[in-house]
Design a protein. Structure first.
Length: 475
């Protein structure tokens, strides 16, 4: 699910450059801090630290990376708004930072150094996590689920109505979950028997059990079998099935259920005419599916032409994106959509007020337009109103909004066509935040450009319109 640009930035932003952080293997960005796992399995963080989210035992912000205390066996890291969690090689999880709603999972308050998440006994390794609004759930290898944090609507699924739990509680009665997804205030799992169970907030019928009553334990979605994946939106949920059809339930104000009506449904309804869906991507108020014939179909809100069918009219049934016959991946943004194509070009459609469609204009487009001059794209990322692509020669091109220099070409002028990021010739991965971009380079260093609240990690708080760093890291 993609929601507003701030949420999207928090989930997508790659973390910042470093004071000679030469051994970064992965990075994650929160609202205003960044963390990187290093090749020695330790973690370094930088940026805001008011809640202790840098994990170095202090609450002092830092514009250069600082080492997280006592972590030497980290396999992966994820950053929330003001807290950070790390998976470790012994299958435990350590978290640090803000804990106002129990998101650290240790039964305490905020912590400026890592604390071990307390998990129910004998449930094995964590295989997947999902985060909602102030709560977190974890799927374990044996098909059980535990959740912690905000429980205002019963979204922890443990049969209680406690407002919050500071430690993980086991979701009642789940033993065969295969995947998990979290919406704003509800969570759902696909199960090994092809059914779906949901719990939590149900004001729009998003639990799919035929009611609009919240549930603090899992309820089975009515009449749904053969499910291969499930995706929770803000107030609605969709599932892809083994016969390549899609069913959705919950809120339907913009036709996002795709069943030919604008009436909410407390039970699943079939998305009309979609029989070859291979994947689904649910945005704030529109949904798109890739199909086995490599076309794309979208439905829901279309105020900026983000459905790609040549109109600005919302659609409560899938409409085929016009002229897109070789899509390999589709990404739904806030009010625009982009897709990579099998010939390594990119097409975008929808809102274009900052040139984010990349076609040389500022004109919204209701059908896909080709991003100018890109013929060898390997990785694509979109910020709030700009986008960047890695090319096969490991250079980077960006286009769109450039107020803070997030296009990286030495200017602060918006561009309606891709411009090459200055001096970056070895990019291997990239992610765009709301108004900055970071890239991992071939030597495992990180370079960033654009807006800088300390997230560049180069010892300054100064915006830069060319990639900054790395500079020497003093460990």
């Amino acid at each position: 699910m993609v929601s507003d640009p701030a949420i999207m930035a928090g989930h997508r932003a790659l973390a910042a450059g470093t004071r000679r952080l030469t051994n970064a293997t992965s990075v994650a960005a929160g609202s205003s801090h960044t963390c990187a796992v290093r090749s020695d399995d330790s973690v370094a963080c930088w940026g805001a630290n008011g809640s202790g989210q840098l994990g170095n035992g202090s609450n002092t912000e830092s514009s250069v990376p600082v080492t997280v205390v006592g972590l030497t066996d980290v396999t992966g890291v994820t950053a929330g708004e003001a807290h950070t969690c790390a998976a470790r090689s012994d299958n435990s999880v350590a978290c640090w930072g803000g804990n106002g709603k129990g998101q650290l999972g240790d039964g305490t308050t905020d912590s400026a150094s890592p604390v071990i998440v307390q998990k129910p006994q004998a449930i094995g390794a964590v295989v997947q996590t999902a985060g909602g609004n102030g709560y977190t759930c974890a799927l374990f290898a044996n098909g059980t689920v535990a959740c912690w944090g905000d429980n205002s609507y019963g979204q922890l699924g443990d049969g209680t109505n406690n407002i919050v739990s500071y430690t993980p509680v086991t979701v009642t009665g789940l033993t065969n979950a295969t995947s998990i997804t979290a919406g704003l205030g509800h969570a759902c799992v696909a199960r090994s028997d092809g059914t779906v169970a949901c719990w939590g907030y149900n004001g729009w019928g998003q639990l799919g059990d035929g009611t609009n009553t919240n549930s603090n334990t899992p309820v089975t979605v009515t009449g749904l079998t053969g499910v291969t994946s499930v995706s929770a939106g803000e107030y609605h949920t969709c599932a892809n099935r083994s016969d390549y059809t899609v069913m959705c339930w919950g809120n339907n104000d913009n036709g996002q259920l795709g069943d030919g009506t604008n009436t909410l449904s407390y039970t699943p309804v079939v998305v009309a005419g979609l029989t070859n869906a291979t994947s689904i991507d649910t945005s704030w108020s529109h949904t798109c599916a890739t199909r086995s014939d490599v076309s794309v179909a979208c439905w829901g809100d279309n105020g900026f032409g983000q459905l790609g069918d040549g109109t600005f009219t919302d659609s409560n049934i899938p409409v085929t994106v016009s002229g897109l016959t070789n899509a390999t991946r589709v990404s739904t943004g806030f009010t625009h959509t982009c897709a990579t194509r099998s010939d390594y070009t990119v097409a975008c459609w929808g809102e274009n007020g900052s040139g984010q469609l990349g076609d040389g204009t500022f004109t919204d487009s209701t059908t896909p337009v080709t991003v100018s001059g890109l013929t060898n794209v390997t990785v694509l990322t979109a910020g709030s109103s700009h986008a960047c692509a890695i090319r096969s020669d490991n250079t980077v091109a960006c286009w769109g909004w450039n107020l803070s220099g997030q296009l990286g070409n030495g200017t602060n002028t918006d561009s309606t066509t891709p411009v090459t990021v200055t001096g970056l010739t070895d990019a291997v991965d990239i992610a765009a935040g709301t108004s900055h971009v970071c890239a991992i380079r071939g030597d495992s260093t990180v370079a960033c450009w654009g807006y800088n609240t300390g997230a560049h990690g180069n010892g300054t708080y100064t915006d830069t319109n060319i990639p900054a760093g790395p500079v020497v890291r003093k460990r």
